[in-house]
Write a protein that binds this ligand. Structure first.
Ligand SMILES: Nc1ncnc2c1ncn2[C@@H]1O[C@H](COP(=O)(O)OP(=O)(O)O)[C@@H](O)[C@H]1O
Ligand SMILES: [Mg+2]
Length: 260
């Protein structure tokens, strides 16, 4: 122990920096002031210091989960205009945002034409999951299938499936947007089957279930995939205008009004 208070304080700061407890070092002067003024006792001071450091660690772990989840953007539920898309039930979406569906290993399927907000909502729920500490991954269906196809061709499909299966929530975007290549339906079946009743999947698609048979070479596999995906699921069908072209449509209306 150093011989005087100033040296002890300096040594403490150095040790905190060495242990990378930078938040604790930053907060130390204010907390020490409060201890000296007898506004805090030793236990309270210790608690506050550790609590600030733990809070910082939690925040950086969440930030890390969000940054590595592969989201296309960081749009959240607060950025979604529910009045524009009247068919989307706001309270249902906020209910899903509690993430209880992931504890029950339920799935969500967003169906609808381009621009209605499927990817936005899937991403927003993914961000909520990451905020709650769930390991989450977002990937476009054709990228996922290409990665798994390559793994299969290199005889490492099992380990690749295990890799994706470690995510508590897997978001597969734009299923059916691009044609599903021959053989890929088996891979898709495996990834859905591995997670069935164990871990949640969010799927977005522009293809109605009744047309899924046409998506795949083998209709039996198509129905086996749908069967597992839909058994415990929330299906949200969005019929509405594209948010992407809403301003264009407004301009068209303005032009036609001007012409009248
Ligand atoms: N209701 C909405 N409120 C706010 N932004 C929206 C809404 N719907 C869609 N968007 C935005 O419009 C764009 C297209 O939406 P997106 O979710 O990618 O559509 P989809 O996946 O259904 O094709 C995105 O930039 C998205 O953030
Ligand atoms: Mg999309």
């Amino acid at each position: 122990m150093p011989s005087n208070e100033a040296d002890t304080y300096q040594a403490l700061i150095e040790d905190l920096m060495y242990l990378k407890l930078d938040k604790l070092a930053e907060e130390l002067p204010q907390i020490m002031d409060k201890v000296n003024r007898r506004e805090l006792n030793t236990l309270e001071a210790l608690y506050l210091l550790i609590n600030k450091q733990a809070g910082q660690k939690k925040l950086s772990s969440i930030r890390n989960k969000i940054m590595t989840a592969g989201f296309p953007h960081l749009k959240e539920l607060k950025d979604f205009d529910f009045t524009f898309q009247a068919m989307v039930n706001k309270s249902q979406i906020y209910d899903l945002a509690t993430l209880e569906f992931t504890d029950r290993a339920e799935n969500i399927v967003f169906l609808g034409s381009p621009g209605v907000g499927k990817t936005h909502l899937a991403t927003a729920l993914g961000i909520e999951a990451a905020k709650k500490g769930a390991l989450t991954y977002f990937i476009k269906a054709h990228e996922l299938l290409a990665k798994l196809r390559q793994a299969r061709d290199e005889n490492r499909l099992e380990s690749s499936l295990r890799y994706y299966n470690r995510y508590k929530l897997l978001i597969i975007d734009e299923l059916g947007f691009l044609p599903i290549l021959k053989g890929d339906e088996k891979i898709l079946f495996q990834i859905i089957d591995k997670r069935y009743e164990k871990k949640s999947v969010i799927v977005t698609s522009n293809v109605q279930f009744s047309d899924w048979g046409d998506l795949f070479e083998d209709p039996t596999i198509a129905s086996a995939i749908l069967d597992r995906l839909l058994h415990h699921s929330h299906v949200i069908t969005i019929v509405g205008d594209s948010y992407r072209t809403k301003d264009l449509m407004k301009k068209d209306e303005e032009i036609s009004i001007e012409r009248q």
